[in-house]
Structures are given as structure tokens and as C-alpha cells.
Write a protein of this length. Structure first.
Length: 499
């Protein structure tokens, strides 16, 4: 098979917002406790955070980390997580039916997020919580001093404000599983009032309002429209959440699920623009895809876990090679929509549907899905270029006209290179892939990283990580055209140096 990608230096989608390579740390399962935080571990720092995990988080290149939930935040009192640890309450945590010790709270998270070189994205509780608690946490985190909450922060050891810029107004408030579920009117009103108060304290913060929990929610579209009717003035981003799985063991259909992500984004953009038009507003609403991932391996194991434990092993999906290929398609899709998607969070980061796994008192390792994300975060910086793709297609159970190649190129100005990301979805065929680099003066191949040739069900584990990238061979330049053979079922990153 043959395929051709044409890019042009002048045909830009957008400058890529670094926050598109975000992730998510929720008080869920072993993400925080026995994940990022394990005071007894040989690599633990003075505050109890594992240095080996920090090193992997940095290597992954995640820029932005949402915290503390997720469903957890809808029942969380943020005040439980501040002050001396011995005074913090142990509580029943209803979202995941666990016990929350509150050993890790705001200050500990802010220490850790700084250590990993990322920006914090804080969520406030609009489930059981109030607009009062929402404004108080902003005062605690961002006000310099001289008031009750800001002085309490200083007393608790943080003299300088945390200066948290991006805030989520609740989480999945349309979901019946959510503590304090709301109708669109109820949520729209409380989000607008919380946002208004939070902005009165710090006019520089940015706010994310909840979109639907997923594309198939019965209220999808009308939820977004009504929530935006109430919050358009205060919100900067509308959230999207979506998880995928290969429940039917149909790889052709599974790898096409990034098309669902693309359709979902385009539908939400249309709703945002409808409200913009209706309000005759000059403001464009951007998107925060603040939960996306593959989530389906762990369901049966989760059902056997007894409730009311501290750090139960929930949602511990072991990702295989086909999951890594879909992850590649998902990050490419986010880049293709980088004109509107400014924030995206791979949910989650450690142990819980995560690219990084740990064993208590033992090692930490990279899951298969770690690599496409890490490659995109490292090399996918700069400007996303419009991909004009000429490629054979196939049909699957849920999708028609699925291109065998999913691809995008990025102009990385700082490194003076063009980086091409491509997934070959074909099980059987090499694809002779040509990339016409119009308007660029390519001078060489700086690197070619490839994942291919594995059994699709092969996983990484503490016993070994066989699914990892290799150096690819055979990428050449023919004038201004890159030529490369994309192996069947492969993830490919090709860095082209410019003159
Ligand atoms: O990421 C796991 C859970 O998925 C989050 O807590 C929730 O927001 C979503 O339903």
C-alpha cells in the first residue's frame, strides 16, 4: 500500500499549547497512596514522594496535572488536607468506596507537582461542596497574605502563594454516579456563581466548566448548550471526557476509535460556536479534554475488591501493544484539533489506568502507552501543520472510511525540525509513506523511533518491559519528500532537520 501526507509551512492548525500534554492525579486506588507517595519506599524524598516515580513522570514530559479528582472531588473537603497531618481526618470516600487518610493534601501535592516540573490544575467540589468553599480555596492558594485563608497557608508552611492558574468547576456533574449530581440548570448556575467569586479573588485564573461525562450521555449536547448559556462569561474552557476499550477484540475497529474522539471534539466545538453566535460574543470557548484514555481491562478485578480500604488496587489496567497504537492515534487526534483543544489530560498518571505502574516497596515501570505520549510531549512542540492525507481506507463495525494511516506533522521551531507522527493501522501491510514537505528545506533525518512487531496483546510488567520503542531504519529524504516504510501495526516518529 502507498500513502502520501502533504504539509505546507504556511498551513498551520495552531501553536500547540504545552498543556495538551497534561495528565491527572486523583485520590483513587493506588494513584496517590502507594503510587506517587510511599514514605517507606527506598527512593522516597523527605516528604514521602517516590523519586523513581518522579523521574518517570519527568521523562514522560507531562506538563500539567489535574488534581484531586475526578469523582473523588465531588465529596472532598479541601480543608481536610491542610495543617498538621496528625490532625487530619480519616474519612469514608464515597466515590470509590475507600478510606481517605488525607495524608496527602494541597501542600504535599504542590510540593510534588513542582518537583516533577509540571503546572497544577485544581478542581473544586461542586457536588457536595459550596461556592463558599470554592472561593476559600482560591484565597488560600492565590492571595498573597493578610487575610484568614492566605495567612493560614503561610502558617502551614507556604509563604508565597501557590498561584494556581487553571481551575475546574466540579467534575462530571451530569453523571448519576456523581456525588451531588445536578441538572444542567443547577450546575450551570452554581458553576457561574462559583466562577464569579473565584475570579473576584484572582482575576487571572482560568476556569474549566464541565461538559458531558461522555459522548453517549443522553443529555449530551443539550447539557453543553445550557451550561454554556449560564457560564459563557466566566468559563475559558469546556471539558470533554472519553475512555476507549477493545471489548469485542476487533483491532480494526479498536484502532479507529480515535475517529470517535475527533467526532466528539468537532461536535463540542459546534455547540460552543452555537452559543457564541447566540450570545453575539467575541469570545471563543476552548476545550479541555481533561480525561481521555483506554479503560476496560480492569473491570472484573475491580468488582472483587472489598470496600473501605486505604489505597485499594482499583482500575489497574495492564496495557498491551494495541493499546499503545490507539494511544498514538489519540495524541495525533488531539494535535489535529489543537486550534480548539488547549488542555488535555491523560487520565490517569500512576497505577490507576496509568502509563506508569509501581509496586509497593518495589520498582516502577513504563506501560506500553507511556511511549506514544512521551514521544508526542517531547517532540510534538511548536506548530501543528494541517495534514492533507491521501491514503487507502477500510470500514469497520463502527466506522467508515478509516484511513490506514493516522498522521500529523509538527513544526518545532525551537529545534528547527519537522516531526512526523504516524500510526499504520494495517495488520498485514507495509505502507510506503511519502511526506511532501512544502515550503521547508529538509536537510536530514535527526531520529526515527518506532514501535512495531509485537503481539498485540503483549504487555509490560515489573518482570520486564518488552514493548518499547526501537530505532527505525530506512527513512530517507528524496529532495523535499520524506520516504519511509511504515511497518504493519506500528507507531512511528520521524524527526527531520531543516536547513
Ligand atoms: O478517571 C477515572 C474516573 O473517570 C474519574 O474519577 C471520573 O471523572 C471519570 O468517570
Amino acid at each position: 500500500m502507498k500513502a502520501k501526507l502533504t504539509i505546507n509551512k504556511s498551513f498551520e492548525i495552531a501553536q500547540i499549547d504545552p498543556r495538551i500534554y497534561g495528565s491527572f492525579v486523583e485520590h483513587l486506588g493506588r494513584c496517590v497512596y502507594d503510587g506517587i507517595y510511599e514514605p517507606g519506599h527506598p527512593t522516597a524524598d523527605a516528604m514521602g514522594f517516590r523519586d523513581d516515580v518522579k523521574a518517570l513522570v519527568k521523562e514522560m514530559g507531562t506538563s500539567f496535572i489535574r488534581y484531586p479528582g475526578g469523582n473523588f472531588v465531588s465529596g472532598y473537603n479541601w480543608e481536610d488536607g491542610i495543617g498538621p497531618k496528625e490532625n487530619r481526618p480519616r474519612r469514608l470516600e464515597l466515590a470509590w468506596r475507600s478510606v481517605e487518610t488525607n495524608e496527602v493534601g494541597l501542600h504535599e501535592f504542590m510540593h510534588w507537582v513542582k518537583e516533577v516540573g509540571a503546572e497544577a490544575n485544581m478542581a473544586v467540589n461542586l457536588g457536595t461542596g459550596s461556592i463558599d468553599a470554592a472561593r476559600n480555596i482560591v484565597e488560600y492558594c492565590n492571595h498573597p497574605g493578610g487575610t484568614y485563608w492566605s495567612d493560614l497557608r503561610k502558617q502551614n508552611g507556604a509563604d508565597a502563594p501557590f498561584d494556581i492558574k487553571t481551575w475546574c468547576l466540579g467534575n462530571e456533574m451530569d453523571g448519576p454516579w456523581q456525588m451531588g449530581q445536578k441538572t444542567a440548570t443547577e450546575y450551570g448556575r452554581i458553576a457561574a456563581e462559583a466562577g464569579k467569586l473565584m475570579r473576584l479573588i484572582d482575576k487571572n485564573i482560568e476556569l474549566v466548566v464541565c461538559g458531558s461525562s461522555h459522548y453517549e450521555m443522553p443529555t449530551f449536547a443539550s447539557w453543553e448548550a445550557e451550561v454554556l448559556e449560564h457560564t459563557y462569561e466566566y468559563a475559558d474552557y469546556l471539558s470533554l471526557h472519553r475512555y476507549y476499550g477493545n471489548q469485542k477484540n476487533d483491532i480494526g475497529n479498536y484502532l479507529a476509535k480515535s475517529i470517535d474522539m475527533d467526532n466528539f471534539i468537532k461536535s463540542v466545538v459546534a455547540i460552543c460556536d452555537y452559543i457564541k453566535a447566540k450570545k453575539r460574543s467575541k469570545k471563543t470557548m476552548y476545550l479541555s479534554f481533561d480525561e481521555y484514555n483506554i479503560w476496560y481491562h480492569s473491570g472484573a478485578a475491580d468488582r472483587k475488591i472489598a470496600p473501605w480500604q486505604v489505597a485499594p488496587p482499583l482500575l489497574e489496567d495492564a496495557y498491551n501493544f494495541e493499546d499503545a497504537l490507539l494511544m498514538g492515534c489519540l495524541v495525533i487526534t488531539l494535535l489535529k484539533n489543537s486550534d480548539r483543544v488547549k488542555i488535555a489530560c491523560l487520565a490517569q498518571l500512576v497505577n490507576v489506568i496509568a502509563p506508569i505502574m509501581t509496586e509497593k516497596n518495589g520498582p516502577a515501570w513504563r506501560q506500553t502507552t507511556f511511549y506514544p505520549f512521551a514521544h508526542a510531549a517531547k517532540f510534538g512542540q511548536g506548530t501543528a501543520l494541517t495534514p492533507v492525507l491521501d491514503c487507502p481506507t477500510y470500514s469497520s463495525v463502527d466506522f467508515d472510511n478509516v484511513p490506514y494511516v493516522e498522521s500529523i506533522a509538527v513544526h518545532n521551531h525551537a529545534e528547527n525540525e519537522v516531526v512526523v507522527f504516524a500510526v499504520n493501522r494495517s495488520k498485514d501491510d507495509n505502507i510506503d509513506f511519502a511526506v511532501d514537505l512544502q515550503g521547508f528545506a529538509p536537510s536530514g533525518i535527526a531520529g526515527f523511533y518506532e514501535m512495531s512487531g509485537h503481539d498485540v496483546k503483549r504487555v509490560n510488567s515489573k518482570a520486564g518491559c518488552p514493548v518499547e520503542p526501537q530505532d527505525g531504519t530506512g527513512a530517507t529524504l528524496d529532495g523535499d519528500t520524506l520516504k519511509v516504510a511504515l511497518k504493519p501495526l506500528s507507531w512511528n516518529v520521524i524527526r527531520i532537520t531543516l536547513e
